[in-house]
Every structure is written in structure tokens, then in C-alpha cells.
Design a protein around this ligand. Structure first.
Ligand code: MN
Length: 718
């Protein structure tokens, strides 16, 4: 129980009123669940989560986070379930433990080196709550602290490399400097113990040589500040061994050449004083050119603020000096965790830490929240929420926009895989192609050689690559359709005019239009770009065509010939010959209405009224719009159907009156549907056979003049 007592003591130091019962309950539960399990070091397993909780207590976290830490391995490693945790504790803790468990599961994926950045993003994206990430980092820190318990060298090394690539940068990303430094040093020990050892020895030697050189410099700086009337807290230390090592590598210098291995920190109350200190120091000592950085006016992406300068110090040694306020210091050490814990001079509002949206959002929340617990509850880490990261079967991480589907994934891997995609397995299970992928999914695309992209895919893909490939395919398919059509049309004209068709005859047209590929001639004819008659005239300029003699009659004949669906009563001008045409059921166009055609591949042309609501669906595909108009009226006007939306009063004989008015005006009710019936009104749809728009408008006018009719409107689709 010694662990529990120590932990409670640590929490009580910063939060005397914390929920003791919760911590005790979590402890007993974890101890019971992990009973019989041991760490590689031989210690009982439950000591690990308690130590992790201790790390978070050092960071002054609330009881909920501490309890989460104590329970963090129960779901992944014991018989406990998330439901158990929720029942025994509460929903928040269950959610947090679930979040940590998810990260733990993801961790076991193998990764290529260059995938590290994506993996870090994935971890951030999956940690919807920052507490999840903090527990995970503390977990990793404790595992690194106790890594010597692992016997196998290669395993220790792998874990250290992964920590160095993923977790240390993550700690830095969310601004927790202390954890980052410790993780790096622990990894350094695993990865290059010799280098670390020699730096340690060298530092010890210098310390011996200098006889308290650090303390001496602190004294001198302290005097300088006192003279300038600045109240400052000054500390000094050797730089971390890993950072010295990195600098030696980066600058390709030996330890002897590396002069600034000591760093001093001057902490003051206000930002103004920071600049005052800087001026005082630069006034007294020579500054080293190129080593001055002002992260106060331009903070680092993770929000880090401080002034850095390197000077030839009091002992003629190069020393680095960092100048910052108390609050900046707390933030640098604890990152986002420090924001609520420390309320210093500068309000977050005044600062320019706005470069990164997520940090700005975090600061906004901090501004509004007073109680620390509130802050954590409401802090959802919405990082990379516009992206989703999924694994290939080989363990590569693919980054896709949010909402991406297996089709997007397939095209992201390779166009051929996208084109031939017939199905997908998500996490080993067959899933629909329009499933939305979520973070950490493993996706396996199933392909078939004979498969072709489907136009319907375009409705749910979200990546440009997928969309453009599908469109390209559909366009090609349409082109094939037009080629077949155009060929049939020109052949027909040849036959009508008594010529035998040969492709050779088209040479003149090819020359005229400067088109090499004869298929392009056909496609243009099929698409209605070239008029068949014109093409024929180019080939046989001297020919007196039947058309020339009796144009209107001939046009009718042609229209009839080339319209398979010529049962329609009114010819429509501007159609693509050979394509089926039908009237839209949504708006029931009538002769006299302004109309437009919408081309649907494989289905022909649908005629809508120009104000039909359905047309909105085609707003971004202008290529499908066809300018059409009503053709000449035949001798006998035929009946078309117009649709009305009507509201009539619910009173005796109202319906009778309506039908009488319509009948008297020559309309023929072909269909009637009551949509809604209330005590006062009926809403209904009525289809009426009429001659044309004018006829329908007359009926509408007559209906509007009828007392029992509340409203009557031509249906506009939708
Ligand atoms: Mn753990």
C-alpha cells in the first residue's frame, strides 16, 4: 500500500480536497485486476499504473486523470471491460481509459521510419481528449524509466527508437518540455550508451575544473540584475546530454569545440522585464552573432515563448541565456498542462501564439474556463480532425481527408487499384465501398481485372484523385457511346441519299474540320456538335439533297427516324439524335414551358421545366445540360399532363367544386393524391391533362377565383 499512500500525498500537496475515495477505489480495482501479472522486472504489474499516476501527479493533474492512469491497462491487459469501468467509476473515466487503450492497440502496428510524422498525427487525432495523450505519455515515460527490466537488447533498442521518433516529439508538440527531455535522455542511454557516457564524463571533468563555475556565473548575473534594479530568479545548468550530442552531430564538431554547454535561465515577472534583462546583459557582455532568438514576439509552433541569446559570459565562456517570465516558464515545462495551473501576468489574449489553430482554440477555452477540471472536461483535442489515417495491409499509414471511403483509399494507393476495386475489407471484414474510414482502420482493397469504375462512386468519394479518375472513365464511356451513335447517324444519311457508306468518304470532313481521328468526327456528330447534314454536304458539296428540296417535311422525317422514343406528342428541338427522351415526372413540362434537357448516360435525356427544383442537383455538372425547346406544333395538339399543388378548405362539396371548375375549363383530371388532411384544410396534388401551358394557366386562374380554394400552384418538382 506504500504506493497508494505516496500517491495520495503527492496529490494532496497541490489539491488538498481531491477525491480520495476515487483514487483508492481505482487503486484497489487495478490491483485486483492485475493480480498475478508481473512486469519484466519481476515487480507486480499494478505498480506500473500507480507510477504512471505518480508522474501525472507531478504535473498536478486532477483526480479523474490520475484515476485514468491507475486504470489505463486494465481493459487492454485484464478481464475488465469498458462497461465494467463505466459501472464501477463513471462515463468520463471509461471514455478516457478507452481512449488510452485505443492508442495502446495502435502502438503495436509496425511502422516504417518515414511514417513517424503520420503516426504522430494519428495519435493526436485519436486523442480526442488531451488527458488521453497525457496518460499515454506518462505511460511511455515510466516504461522507458524501467526499460532495463527488458532482457532483449534488440527489443529495448526498438522501443527506444520508437520513443525517440514518436513520443518525445509528441511531448514537445504539446509543449511538455520536461517529459521530452527525460524521454530523450532515456532513449539516448539505450541507443548510444558510449556517446552518452563520454559526454557525462566530460561534463563531470569540466565541473571539477571549473570549481563551481555555474554557481559563480549565477552570482555575477544576480549582481548585474540587482544593479539594474530587476528582481530576477536565476538558475543555471548543463545542457541535457542528448541535446549536446545532437548539436555535435548537427554541427559536426567535437565536444571540445562545442563551447556552450551551460545554459542559464533568468526568470522575471513581466514581459517588459524580459527585454530589460536582455538589454542589460547585452550591454555588459559580448553577444555571439547569430545566436539571438526572440520566441516571445514569435513563439514556436507549440507555443513556447522565451528569449534565447548566447554571450561570452563572465568567465570568458560561451553561455546560453534564456530569459522568460514565470508563466512562460511554467508553460515551457508543462506545456498545455500549465495554462490553468499558472495564472501569470500576461493574458493569453494579448499573445501571438496564434500560428497554430489548435493551440489558439486551446487558449480560447482557457480564457473562458476558470476551474481546472472544467478546462480538462471541455478540452477536446480537435487536432487533424479534417484528416483520417488508415493502415495498408503492409502497415503503411495513408493520410486521407475526413469522410474518405475505401474507393478513395484504393485510388490513393494506385490508380489501377482504384479502377479495379470491387470490394474492401476494413479491419478484416468485408465492408461497403461507401463506408467512411476512421482513424486506425486497416484497409485491404479487393480488385478484379474485369472491374471498371462506376459512375455512382462519384457520389461518395471525397478525394480529387478518385473523383477525377472516375470522371475520366465516365467521359471515355460517354465518348464511346457518341462514337457509335455518330457513326450510325452518318451511315443513315448516306443510305437515305443513295450512297454507300465508306469510312474513306469521311476524309473530306476530316480535312475540313482538321481532325485526324475519324472517331472524333463520329463523336462530334453523336454529341450533336456537328450537324449530320453539314457533314454530308462537306463530303458531297454538289449533291441536291432531299432535305434541300423540302426542308421542313424532311426535318420531321429525320426527327422521327432518329428518335427511338418518338411516341411523344411534341417533338423537342435540340436533342441529341439517337438518345432516348422522356419528360421529368417531378415538374411535368408542358408545351409553352421553358425547358431544359439533362443528359444521363445510358438513360437518355430528361426534359425538365427551367424552374424545376430538381435541376439544383445538376448545378455543378453543366456538361449534362442540353439547350432544348419545343418543336413546331403538329396539326392536332395532343394532351400533356400538368401537375398542381393545391390547398382547399375542408367543407362540403369543396372537392366537387374543384372538379367542376377544372372540367368546365376543358381540363381532364388524370390523377389526384391527398397529401395531408386536417380539420380545416386538405393539401393535394392533382395531375390534369391539358393542351399546353396557357391552357393550364387558364385553369389555375379559374381555380384561384373559386372561394373554397386556398392556394393553387404549379408543381415545380422536388
Ligand atoms: Mn502501461
Amino acid at each position: 500500500m506504500i504506493h497508494l499512500e505516496k500517491l495520495k500525498q503527492a496529490i494532496a500537496e497541490y489539491d488538498p480536497e481531491f477525491d480520495r475515495e476515487l483514487i483508492e477505489k481505482a487503486f484497489l480495482y487495478a490491483k485486483e485486476k492485475h493480480d498475478g501479472q508481473f512486469r519484466s522486472s519481476g515487480e507486480p504489474y499494478y505498480t506500473h499504473p500507480v507510477e504512471v499516476a505518480g508522474i501525472l501527479a507531478e504535473m498536478k493533474m486532477g483526480a479523474t486523470t490520475i484515476a485514468t492512469a491507475i486504470l489505463h491497462d486494465t481493459v487492454e491487459d485484464t478481464t475488465a471491460t469498458i462497461e465494467d469501468i463505466e459501472k464501477k467509476f463513471n462515463k468520463t473515466i471509461a471514455d478516457l481509459v478507452n481512449g488510452v487503450s485505443k492508442l495502446t492497440r495502435i502502438e503495436s502496428q509496425t511502422l516504417e521510419g518515414k511514417q513517424a510524422e503520420n503516426f504522430r498525427k494519428l495519435l493526436l487525432a485519436m486523442s480526442e481528449d488531451i488527458r488521453v495523450l497525457l496518460v499515454k505519455l506518462a505511460d511511455r515515460l515510466h516504461n522507458m524509466r524501467t526499460i532495463s527490466g527488458i532482457k532483449r537488447d534488440d527489443k529495448r533498442r526498438r522501443i527506444a527508437l520508437e520513443t525517440l521518433e514518436i513520443y518525445a516529439p509528441l511531448a514537445e508538440r504539446i509543449g511538455i518540455h520536461r517529459i521530452k527531455e527525460e524521454l530523450e535522455d532515456l532513449c539516448f542511454e539505450q541507443i548510444n550508451p558510449e556517446a552518452r557516457e563520454s559526454i557525462t564524463n566530460r561534463l563531470a571533468y569540466l565541473r571539477e575544473e571549473g570549481h563551481g563555475v555555474v554557481d559563480g556565473i549565477i552570482d555575477e548575473l544576480q549582481n548585474l540584475m540587482a544593479k539594474a534594479g530587476i528582481n530576477a530568479e536565476i538558475t543555471g545548468r548543463e545542457k541535457p546530454r542528448y541535446s549536446i550530442w545532437k548539436k555535435m552531430q548537427r554541427k559536426k564538431v567535437t565536444f571540445e569545440q562545442l563551447s556552450d554547454i551551460m545554459a542559464f535561465r533568468i526568470i522575471v515577472d513581466t514581459t517588459e522585464e524580459c527585454y530589460l534583462v536582455l538589454g542589460t546583459i547585452h550591454g555588459k557582455y559580448h553577444s555571439v552573432p547569430g545566436r539571438f532568438k526572440d520566441y516571445i514576439s514569435t513563439p514556436k509552433p507549440n507555443g513556447y515563448r522565451s528569449i534565447h541569446t548566447t554571450i561570452m559570459g563572465p568567465r570568458r565562456q560561451r553561455i546560453e541565456v534564456q530569459i522568460r517570465t514565470q508563466q512562460m516558464h511554467a508553460e515551457a515545462e508543462l506545456g498545455v498542462a500549465a495554462h490553468w495551473a499558472y495564472k501569470g501576468d500576461a493574458s493569453p489574449k494579448q499573445r501571438d501564439v496564434t500560428k497554430y489553430r489548435w493551440l489558439r482554440e486551446l487558449l480560447d477555452i482557457l480564457e473562458q474556463e476558470q476551474k481546472p477540471e472544467d478546462f480538462w472536461e471541455n478540452t477536446k483535442l480537435e487536432l487533424f480532425q479534417d484528416q483520417v489515417f488508415v493502415f495498408t495491409p503492409r502497415g503503411d499509414l495513408i493520410e486521407l481527408p475526413n469522410g474518405a471511403t475505401p474507393i478513395d483509399f484504393a485510388y490513393a494507393i494506385h490508380s489501377d487499384i482504384g479502377d479495379r476495386c470491387v470490394g474492401a475489407k476494413i479491419n478484416g471484414r468485408i465492408a461497403p465501398l461507401n463506408s467512411r474510414l476512421v482513424n486506425g482502420d486497416q484497409v485491404d482493397v479487393i480488385t478484379a481485372k474485369t472491374q471498371k469504375p462506376s459512375p455512382t462512386w462519384e457520389r461518395f468519394v471525397v478525394t480529387g484523385k478518385a473523383r477525377s479518375h472516375i470522371r475520366k472513365y465516365v467521359r471515355n464511356q460517354q465518348r464511346d457511346e457518341f462514337i457509335t451513335l455518330g457513326k450510325a447517324m452518318i451511315q443513315k444519311v448516306f443510305r437515305q441519299e443513295g450512297y454507300e457508306f465508306t469510312e474513306k468518304a469521311l476524309a473530306a470532313a476530316q480535312e475540313h474540320y482538321r481532325i485526324d481521328d475519324v472517331d472524333d468526327i463520329y463523336a462530334n456528330i453523336g454529341a450533336g456538335v456537328f450537324v449530320t447534314r453539314d457533314v454530308f454536304k462537306i463530303i458531297f458539296p454538289g449533291h441536291q439533297t432531299e432535305m434541300a428540296k423540302r426542308p421542313s417535311e424532311q426535318m420531321d422525317k429525320i426527327t422521327k427516324l432518329i428518335r427511338p422514343d418518338d411516341s411523344g406528342p411534341m417533338p423537342i428541338k435540340g436533342l441529341i439524335p439517337g438518345m432516348a427522351m422522356h419528360f421529368a415526372r417531378c415538374c411535368h413540362p408542358l408545351p409553352g414551358d421553358r425547358i431544359v434537357g439533362i443528359v444521363t448516360t445510358g438513360k437518355g435525356v430528361t426534359i425538365h421545366t427551367i424552374d424545376c427544383d430538381t435541376l439544383e442537383n445538376f448545378a455543378d455538372t453543366p456538361e449534362r445540360w442540353l439547350d432544348v425547346s419545343w418543336g413546331d406544333k403538329g396539326e392536332k395538339p395532343e394532351v400533356q399532363v400538368g401537375r398542381l399543388n393545391m390547398t382547399i378548405a375542408n367543407e362540403p362539396n369543396a372537392l366537387g367544386t374543384v372538379t367542376t371548375v377544372i372540367g368546365r375549363n376543358g381540363g381532364n383530371i388524370t390523377n389526384l393524391k391527398i397529401i395531408n388532411r386536417s380539420i380545416d384544410f386538405w393539401d393535394m396534388i392533382m395531375d390534369i391533362g391539358v393542351k399546353d401551358t396557357k391552357h393550364l394557366n387558364n385553369i389555375i386562374a379559374a381555380l384561384r377565383a373559386t372561394p373554397c380554394i386556398v392556394s393553387v400552384e404549379r408543381s415545380k418538382g422536388g
